[in-house]
Design a protein around this ligand. Structure first.
Ligand SMILES: [Zn+2]
Length: 81
């Protein structure tokens, strides 16, 4: 992610809201971490577009992890291969 663009940068993934509008995931992360991270970054993007960035980081963490748990229990997961 280019410095000074609006977005969030994390250890395992990033989201950039301007220009390239990308989500980056660390390819060396464990698959479950990749899945939680992409959900986390998607929620950041939703927060930016629809919620005026009102969500706190811990709320985004909880939503991403909870959503991942529900999807996993339903047999839905990302294919990282
Ligand atoms: Zn975050």
């Amino acid at each position: 992610m280019v410095k000074n663009l609006r977005g969030h940068r994390h250890e395992c993934g990033n989201v950039c809201y301007e220009i390239d509008r990308c989500i980056e995931i660390d390819p060396d992360s464990d698959d479950d971490i990749k899945s939680i991270t992409i959900l986390h970054e998607i929620i950041h993007a939703i927060d930016y577009v629809y919620l005026q960035q009102k969500l706190e980081e811990k709320t985004i963490d909880g939503l991403a992890t909870g959503l991942w748990q529900v999807l996993k229990q339903w047999g839905i997961d990302f294919d990282w291969e």
